[in-house]
Design a protein around this ligand. Structure first.
Ligand SMILES: O=P(O)(O)OC[C@H]1O[C@H](O[C@H]2O[C@H](CO)[C@@H](O)[C@H](O)[C@H]2O)[C@H](O)[C@@H](O)[C@@H]1O
Length: 329
């Protein structure tokens, strides 16, 4: 992943960011070229799957390996549990997916690890029994419980951790306001405040204006040496320079749940975004469990398995639940 520490920002030419923005957007083609390209891409995808087999196709093998062991699930939200859509406020998950995640959490410790703020992702998912790591893992909140449901009506989280100091919240708020102000003339630009990070959406911006977007973001960041810039799916993201990411959040959660040193624990991380690579890398390096990348095109990744899209994620989750239910019966 490209990470630009704030104090190096002056050395970065905005064209590097524009290249990254363009790279995630294939050009349009005529009908015949599209058919030929589709065939080539299907072949390329099949070849890629030799290195990253389908988690659905390999599910029996995965379960064989899991005999007598415990799964822990880490799930990204956008592009994994919900399909990618143009309007980030409308990235709803289906009821079928919500129900699959709910059932999964009955059998396995389950965490949502997302670039979204905790509030926003909770609004979409609405399940109190999950662990959530919002703002790319910088806002961790455990299942919401009542200490004694008979007498206590106050809800409280079992676990709470914010590795970035609270001083980043007003800083992010200021950057958010400056970005809203400075991009308001660019049609389609959209800025999202994710509490410990700001997301700059350019999916609906004319490509001719992408350099302008990159320039505005880099200009504002010059004033904030404690913030850095990363790149996701048609988004630029501004975050604290602290050494924390989705991978660190996974390590923290495993540790907090007392599951980090047990050989009988299999962490599974499912995600589609560049930021999920940090978590895939953590699992691969520790040789623990495995990452599953959600992608319908071949991509460089540290995940071991692959799934094409959220509908395959749904199938995979339901299969795990059915399997666990059958062995517990
Ligand atoms: O870690 P995630 O849960 O994958 O969150 C990453 C970003 O996801 C959202 O943006 C992405 O999904 C949008 C809705 O489908 C899409 O319009 C956008 O182009 C994608 O990048 C979210 O809006 C961001 O705040 C998250 O950081």
């Amino acid at each position: 992943m490209q990470l630009i520490p704030g104090n190096l920002i002056n050395d970065v030419r905005s064209s590097g960011w524009v290249d990254a923005m363009v790279a995630s957007s294939p050009p349009a083609n005529d009908a015949t070229t599209s058919i030929l390209l589709a065939r080539d891409s299907e072949n390329a995808y099949r070849n890629w799957m030799i290195r990253h087999p389908s988690a659905v196709g390999s599910i029996e093998q995965i379960l064989l390996h899991a005999h007598g062991k415990r799964f822990v699930l880490f799930l990204d939200y956008d592009g994994t549990l919900s399909p990618i859509v143009a309007n980030p406020d409308r990235a709803f998950m289906s009821n079928a997916m919500r129900s699959a995640v709910k059932h999964a959490a009955e059998y396995f410790p389950t965490a949502i690890i997302t670039g979204r703020s905790y509030d926003k992702v909770y609004e979409f998912i609405g399940l109190t029994e999950l662990y959530y790591a919002g703002s790319h893992g910088m806002d961790i909140i455990g299942p919401i419980k009542k200490s004694d449901p008979a007498v206590d009506h106050n809800l409280y989280p079992l676990l709470q951790h914010q590795p970035a100091c609270s001083r980043f919240i007003p800083m992010i708020e200021n950057v958010f306001r400056s970005l809203v102000e400075n991009t308001k003339a660019i049609k389609g630009a959209r800025i999202e405040n994710n509490k410990f990070c700001v997301t700059v959406h350019y999916r609906l911006v004319d490509q001719n204006n992408w350099p302008k977007i990159a320039e505005i973001v880099l200009d504002i960041l010059k004033e904030y040496p404690d913030l850095k810039l990363t790149h996701g799916r048609k988004v630029l993201e501004v975050r604290p320079v602290i050494d924390w990411n989705k991978g660190r959040a996974v390590e923290f959660l495993l540790e907090s749940l007392g599951l980090s040193n047990s050989d009988d624990v299999i962490p599974i991380y499912v995600g589609d975004d560049q930021s999920d690579e940090d978590a895939f890398t953590v699992l691969r390096k520790a040789n623990r469990g495995f990452g599953i990348i959600v992608s319908s095109i071949p991509r460089e990744t540290n995940a071991f398995y692959s799934l094409r899209d959220p509908s395959e994620v749904l199938y995979f989750l339901k299969y795990l639940v059915r399997w666990k239910n059958s062995i517990d019966a």
